[in-house]
Design a protein around this ligand. Structure first.
Ligand code: FES
Length: 360
């Protein structure tokens, strides 16, 4: 081949050489002061086709996430309960499949949008230590607006609307998943078996329900618990007769009795007659996250929860003196019946245990 022929032919393109514009495409002029950049105007016919594909994918994402919510509300609990364990496989398949489809369609739509509808312009920007000058900020604003134009977000309303449509239900989906935390407790956590037992005892003409020692179910006389410093766990009489519910009732009603020198007890307004000769009763369920607060330090009169070291002052309405618990242990009103047995004269005046959403 001659030298003349070589001079007339186009130089061979090697990696790193900017491409030339193919036939029918217009090369976007580079900024002369800026770095070398290559970009092609979009073929509007192909762009429209890509736009339709992206919009379809976004609509598919929308349909899948709506399907997720509809299935969650309408079908997954149709046999009673939220998601019965017997239907876990079906439920996982539908919920997982629809959510996956929604995310995949959204991701595919965004990918097609980026690859087929956005031009590619390399931008080089120098870093500055201090605030940039006015001209640089204006240049940035121009570049930003140009970026928005290049992305098609501003000039392609179909894509913008379908993207928002697809993203909206996906944003709501986590709210539906919160339902899996179970039904709201409503009034069930507001009272314990003490309330029912006291009511029943009063209906029989008694002053309250007798207190029995946990484990032996023996009723307890005030005179049997007469030395300061001790602590015992007690329950309302009759609770062990409650069949299947017994364990739940026992857990909620579990109460500690402590005996403190009466002079040391700080009076709490409205509870002046809730103690018997220094015997005072508090819920055993820690107000932090519900462990049994079952340790008692008789020299300091502190009740301790072993889980996270919340410490309550038994002489001062079981107020928190240390640890993560936010509330005092609820106090149970005590009395004695005609035979000298310790009785509870009412339920706890507030919900026992940790806080919950509906707690006032
Ligand atoms: S549960 Fe008692 S301190 Fe955490």
């Amino acid at each position: 081949m001659s030298d003349e022929t070589n001079e007339n032919s186009a130089p061979e393109r090697v990696i790193g050489t900017p491409a030339t514009a193919p036939a029918g495409k217009v090369l976007v002029a580079d900024d002369e002061a800026g770095p070398a950049a290559v970009s092609f105007e979009l073929d509007e016919r192909k762009a429209k086709k890509a736009e339709r594909i992206v919009a379809t994918l976004f609509l598919l994402a929308f349909a899948a996430s709506v399907g997720f919510m509809v299935y969650f509300i309408g079908w997954s609990g149709r046999d009673g309960g939220m998601h019965g364990i017997d239907r876990a496989q079906e439920s996982n398949l539908w919920l997982g499949g629809l959510m996956t489809l929604a995310f995949l369609a959204l991701a595919a739509g965004v990918t097609v949008w980026f690859r087929r509808l956005m031009t590619s312009v390399p931008i080089e920007q120098e870093r500055h230590d201090l605030a940039t000058d006015e001209a640089t900020r204006a240049s940035f604003a121009r570049d930003f607006q140009q970026g928005a134009l290049d992305s098609g977000f501003t000039k392609r309303p179909l894509l913008r609307r379908t993207l928002l449509l697809a993203a909206a239900p996906l944003g709501l989906a986590p709210l539906f998943l919160l339902r899996d935390l179970g039904p709201l407790p409503e009034k069930r956590l507001r009272s314990t078996w003490w309330g029912d037992a006291v009511e029943k005892a009063k209906a029989e003409g008694k002053k309250g329900v007798r207190i029995v020692v946990d484990g032996t179910n023996a009723p307890l006389k005030a005179s049997d618990f007469n030395s300061p410093g001790g602590m015992i766990t007690v329950l309302p009489e009759g609770i062990h007769e409650e069949g299947e519910e017994a364990l739940t009732l026992i857990a909620k009603a579990s109460t500690i009795l402590v005996n403190i020198e009466p002079d040391l007890i700080k009076p709490v307004k409205g509870r002046e007659n809730w103690t018997v000769n220094g015997i005072i009763a508090y819920s055993k369920i820690c107000t932090h996250v519900g462990c049994p607060a079952a340790l008692y330090e008789q020299t300091t009169h502190r009740i301790l929860c072993p889980c996270h070291q919340s410490t309550f002052d038994a002489t001062d309405g079981a107020k928190v003196v240390f640890g993560p618990a936010a509330r005092a242990l609820p106090q149970l009103p005590l009395g004695v019946d005609d035979e000298g047995y310790l009785i509870a004269t009412g339920d706890y005046p507030e919900p026992i245990g940790p806080s919950f959403w509906e707690r006032g």
